[in-house]
Design a protein around this ligand. Structure first.
Ligand code: ACO
Length: 430
């Protein structure tokens, strides 16, 4: 990292602001002392120009459509690696050797079961509870079950908590699904790989043998890789902010899950599929394109647009390929939803409104079709996103805790409410 200064003129005064340069990507102006020097805050709702931290984990170039985990292109990781290798990379910074990978897989696998009392916890939910509601509650509740990994000052406990969450998230996600359909929970089977094990916990029943289809397991594993981290997005920033107060890691990840649930973020895959179902057939696409362009209509094309990508989301390309592979494996030749999606994408990519605003398909555009074909209900889509993003949240949380300059996150505000005024007793108001 290199440093230089920039000069800012504030009310006629010249202020020196240190400029910090990263390895790649935009440099930042360090405004940490601006308030002390000028009495002014900066104003940036939505953090469109604000870097909140230094990070070595993930790099995005939104204009070029580039995504790197620890420097490695997402395309290469998705093509050649597996999800647990990606987890190792995100957590430790380097790709594992064969021995390190075997050891990591073993450590994750030893933590796949959840405390059996969690079963009783589930019984308290309504049968029709949204599985994301269950996930927020159950992941937060892990801190009530695993007291021996909540001391954030202990490096060993931090790592045990990380392993626990990566390992238990599939088990909890599958339990949330099984609970919603009234089937018995299926315990993890540790001789299976991470993703096959998850598929089995979701789709096996005690009365029949179940073997995960390797093509589907590989496709889902790739989907997990694509979702594993995405630098300082809303849910990751939520995890960092929650963690900055010293909250335990399970509580922080529960906060991240809550944030992910929103339709502008992780909930978009569910919303995108519902939109494709609502459109129903290619002839109706122009009507929906017109709605999306109408300033007086709040409708947006779900699965389109991204705060950072002003180019094709690199994950969306891999996702589209995966969608075709999954549908081919399942022998689904004519999927009306896929027809609508392909046509919608073609039309939107040529439409002046979308071109001018640089609105391209994001990862959520195709992921819903794929997950639906695999047998997941729409309500599980965001849960699968949370499962995969857990490692990113944990990696970013750990990076923050280990940063000696870390302090509690505490944004400032521009106050526009009433100035100081005197209390009026209720009998005199009117
Ligand atoms: N359909 C139609 N118009 C859109 C869309 C869309 N999907 N997305 C953005 N726009 C328009 C906005 O109306 C706005 O137009 P204006 O400048 O005329 O007012 C302009 O493009 C910029 O939009 P903003 O909302 O200011 O952009 P922002 O960066 O804040 O939002 C977001 C990004 C939330 C992803 C947005 O594009 C969106 O709502 N997309 C649909 C939801 C979605 O797919 N979310 C998934 C994100 S990826 C993820 O979380 C994995």
């Amino acid at each position: 990292m290199s440093f230089s200064n920039s000069t800012l003129s504030v009310n006629g005064r010249q202020i020196e602001l240190p400029q910090k340069d990263g390895t790649i990507g935009p440099s930042v102006l360090d405004i940490g002392k601006l308030y002390a020097q000028t009495g002014l805050f900066t104003y940036d709702p939505g953090f469109t120009s604000t870097a909140a931290c230094e990070s070595k984990i993930t790099y995005i170039d939104g204009d070029e459509g580039i995504l790197l985990y620890r420097g490695y292109p997402i395309e290469q990781l998705a093509e050649h690696g597996d999800f647990l290798e990606t987890c190792y990379l995100l957590l430790y910074g380097e790709l594992p050797t064969a021995a390190q990978k075997a050891d990591f897989d073993y450590r994750v696998t030893r933590h796949t079961m959840v405390h059996d009392q969690m079963n009783r916890f589930f019984q308290g939910f309504r049968r029709d509870a949204h599985p994301m509601a269950i996930m927020v509650a159950c992941v937060g509740a892990l801190s009530a079950f695993y007291h021996d990994s909540t001391d954030i000052t202990d490096e060993k406990q931090r790592m045990v908590a990380s392993m626990r969450m990566i390992a238990k998230m599939p088990t909890l996600a599958a339990m949330a699904y099984k609970y919603s359909i009234g089937q018995p929970f299926v315990y993890p089977k540790n001789d299976l790989d991470y993703t096959s094990n998850f598929l089995r916990m979701c789709f096996a029943v005690p009365c029949e043998e179940y073997h995960a289809n390797p093509v589907l397991a590989r496709a889902l594993d790739r989907i997990f890789i694509l979702h594993a981290d995405h630098e300082q997005n809303a849910s990751t920033s939520t995890v960092r902010l929650a963690g900055s107060s010293g909250a335990n890691p399970f509580a922080c990840i529960a906060a991240g899950i809550a944030c992910l649930w929103g339709p502008a973020h992780g909930g978009a895959n569910e919303a995108a599929l519902k939109m494709l179902e609502e459109i129903g057939r290619p002839e109706r696409i122009p009507e929906y394109i017109a709605k999306a362009k109408d300033k007086n209509d709040p409708f947006r094309l779900m699965g389109f647009g991204h705060r950072v990508y002003k180019n094709y989301d690199p994950r969306a390309r891999i996702m589209a390929k995966t969608t075709h592979e999954v549908l081919a494996e399942l022998g689904i030749k004519d999927d009306p939803l896929l027809d609508v999606a392909v046509e919608l994408e073609q039309i939107a990519l040529k439409d002046e409104y979308f071109v001018e605003k640089k609105l391209y398909p994001n990862i959520d555009f195709y992921s819903g079709i794929t997950l639906k074909a695999m047998g997941f209900p729409t309500s599980m889509f965001t849960v699968l996103f949370a499962l995969a993003r857990t490692v990113g949240w944990i990696g970013q949380w750990a990076e923050m805790i280990e940063d000696p300059s870390q302090k509690i996150g505490r944004p400032r505000q521009l106050y526009v409410g009433p100035p100081k005024r005197e209390y009026v007793s209720i009998s005199q108001r009117g």
